[in-house]
Design a binder for this molecule. Structure first.
Ligand code: NAP
Length: 295
């Protein structure tokens, strides 16, 4: 039997991601001996107790982090600064402080200045999720076969980084390291821009006249349906992602807008070759994702 990596871990936030880590830790037995979970609202605290995926549930995050060898922030990135101010004085010397936030530049900005000496800050982002949120949405296999990107800062204790990488490997993930700036650009194109487009296309459909909108909803072909699935994602999480990855999202949006306009011009001019080339590129990218088992 593999020894657990940690005695106690504390998860701050008990939604899709926090709830999935907790379930994984409870089921595998190789991550931690004790899982402490802190949640914000009384309803979530009650639901976590009912679901039973934590050994201990704490209302106060400062209580939850005491004695924990690993603390993972699992709340929307806009809440990081406030949570950090609350927990920083209570972090255990030698502990690893990590997170699952979808943006990394803002996480470093909000956590590093308050990180006490002797606590190892190792930000991370599991590239796994669904459009569901809250404590009921999590499941133990969420991270299996998915990438987790770790974004350690220069000078961080290599042993702490390796321990966190091992934690995610034991969650079933494939682990990669990246600097926060590169991470934020990569996720802007693979995740944030597609969500922006999905929210926009649903808004556009909603703005159409009553008659057309009925038709859209009634005959929604798979293309539009896929957008509505993405657009059903959590409001607070996505508000915070756009506000905290502003530069990278705006850069990718500008490039996308140029490319979309070029596509529109080709349609207007009847440039068959251009149109076929774009469609072929899309098909090629889809095939390579399937080959990499990331589809
Ligand atoms: P979620 O299901 O909505 O859960 C969020 C949790 O954070 C809930 O326990 C919520 O408490 C708590 N919370 C919300 N606002 C808070 C605040 N201002 N202060 C303290 N606690 C607060 O969200 P999630 O999908 O697990 O996302 C959590 C983190 O993972 C985010 O940083 C997100 O960027 C990242 N992430 C998400 C995905 C994804 O696909 N969903 C993938 C990778 C990474 P209440 O229930 O009491 O409101």
């Amino acid at each position: 039997m593999t020894e657990p990596l940690f005695g106690r871990i504390a998860l701050i936030g008990a939604g899709l991601i926090g709830g999935s880590i907790a379930r994984r830790a409870r089921e595998s037995g190789t991550l931690a001996r004790e899982v402490v979970v802190s949640a914000r609202s009384p309803e979530t605290l009650r639901r976590v107790r009912e679901l039973g995926f934590a050994d201990r549930v704490e209302e106060d995050p400062a209580e939850a982090v005491k004695g924990a060898g690993l603390v993972i922030l699992c709340v929307p990135v806009g809440a990081f600064a406030g949570v950090m101010a609350r927990i920083a004085p209570h972090l255990e010397p030698g502990a690893i402080l990590s997170d699952v936030g979808s943006t990394k530049g803002s996480v470093v900005r909000d956590l590093q200045p308050l990180c006490p000496p002797g606590v190892h800050l190792v930000p991370a982002h599991p590239m796994a999720g669904t459009e569901y949120s809250g404590p009921d949405a999590g499941f133990a296999t969420l991270f299996e076969g998915r990438y987790c990107i770790v974004t350690p800062l220069p000078g961080t204790d290599p042993a702490a980084v390796e321990t966190l990488r091992e934690f995610w490997r034991r969650c079933g993930s494939m682990v990669e390291s990246m600097d926060p700036v590169t991470h934020d650009k990569v996720v802007a194109i693979v995740s944030h821009l597609p969500h922006l487009i999905a929210f926009t296309i649903c808004g556009t459909a909603d703005d159409l006249g009553e008659e057309t909108r009925e038709g859209v909803l009634k005959f929604a072909a798979s293309g539009f349906r896929d957008f509505t699935r993405i657009a059903a994602s959590d409001v607070a999480m996505w508000r915070d992602v756009f506000l905290n990855n502003r530069e990278a999202v705006l850069e990718m949006l500008a490039r996308f807008t140029e490319d979309a306009q070029a596509f529109g011009r080709a349609i207007r001019r009847g440039e068959e070759e251009f149109i076929v080339d774009r469609i072929r590129r899309g098909r090629k990218i889809r095939r390579s994702l399937i080959e990499r088992k990331q589809a």
